[in-house]
Structures are given as C-alpha cells and as structure tokens.
Design a protein around this ligand. Sequence first.
Ligand SMILES: [Zn+2]
Length: 252
Amino acid sequence: MIQASDKESSRQCVALCLISVWLGGLVAPALALTVALDVGHSLAHPGAISARGVPEFAFNRALAVVVQHALEKQGFQVRLIGAQGDMDDLRSRTRAAAGADVFLSVHHDSVQPRYLETWVPGGIPHRFSDRFSGFSLFVSRSNPALSTSLTCASRLGTTLRRAGFVPSEHHAAPIPGENRPFADRANGVHYFDDLVVLKTATQPALLLEAGIIVNRTDEVSLQDPATREKIAGAITTALQACLTGTPGHALP
Ligand SMILES: [Zn+2]
C-alpha cells in the first residue's frame, strides 16, 4: 500500500512538475513589459520639415527603430506603430496599443512660424530657426494613468539630461500655438491635455519631441547614429525605472 501510494504520488509529482514547467514557459514571456512605440506622423502628412528639407516622419522612424532595438535588448517587448507611414488616423494608433504597458510617441520638433527664416543650402531655399534647441516631453491630464505617465516623462527628462541633452522651453512661451504649462519644468515636461494619442491611450502615455529639426545644428546632431543611440539608452533606462518602480528619483 505504502509503496503503491508512493509510486502514485511520485507519478502525480512528475505530472505536476511537468505542468508547472510548461506553465512557467508560458507565463515567463508574458511578464515582459510591452512598449507601444508610436512613430509620429505618416508619409502623407510627414510633420515638420527640417532645415535641410527632410520630413519629420523620416527622423521619427529612424529614431524609433534604434529605440526598438535598445528596448528589446533589455528584455522589453516592442509594438512598433505607424512605421509603414500609412497610419493617418490617430485613434487607430492607440487602438493598436491596446494591452501595452506604456505608450511612447516619438516626434521631432519645430517652432512657431514667426521665428522661421529662409536660407538657401545647395541652391534650394529652406526654412530654419536657430533660436531654440533641445527636447520636450508631453503628458495629458485626460489620460487615465496620469501619475505613471508623469513619472515616466520626468524620468525620461532626467535620463536625457544625464546623457547631455537639454530641455527646450519654447512650448511654454505665452504666445498663440504654445502656452503649454509645465508639469515638470526642470525635466522639460509639459501638459498638453488634448493631444489625441495621449488622451485616448488606455495606458500611461508620453510624447517625446527628441529635438528641433529646424535648428540647423540640432538637425545634423539628430541624424547622427550616436545621438540616436544615446536617446534610445535614455528611453530604455527611464522606462525600466518608471514601470518597474526602480528606486531613484527624477532630477530636481
Ligand atoms: Zn511631430
């Protein structure tokens, strides 16, 4: 009896152990954090045009691919949204992000038309402004997870600053088209409540303007693979920290 019982429980144990190993294999990948990485704009509506005539969408896509690789290297799952350039409906972007742990929209910045001047590099006239430089971050108070959105944005501002980048404050200027209040001035974070992708996202959401592509110096730097790697590293560090509750604080 005892022997039979032992054999029985041993058989049960083997079965249970196999099930738990199988379940472990299923559960482990699901624990990886998923980043919905949104490539701002599209081929039809490419956003800002750089000081040398390159559309913002090309900058956004090139940076997003580098960010994707950096995140995946650190164990994140990445859902790249809009990389084909055919996503013109903003709400379809946040629908595509359903179930992700965070939504990050990648953009490059311009300035108000009043600041733009004309130059003629290579015989072709282009608009530029060297007046402002640096990154900006946005969160929406209409997003259902404002607190984590803001924590992630502040952390990203901090990791970008530690990597040598500087926030631009031009979106806070009291002029038409700007007036975006600071959520965390030191780390370059603003409130922009009506940004469609931020307010319709069902998870924490932030939008990064990585730099100002109508600035002639910044445009060149933002195309440098080393700059993109630095930005991608800052994003990876910040998202790891804010999504896993890693100790540490945003820089004051
Ligand atoms: Zn944009």
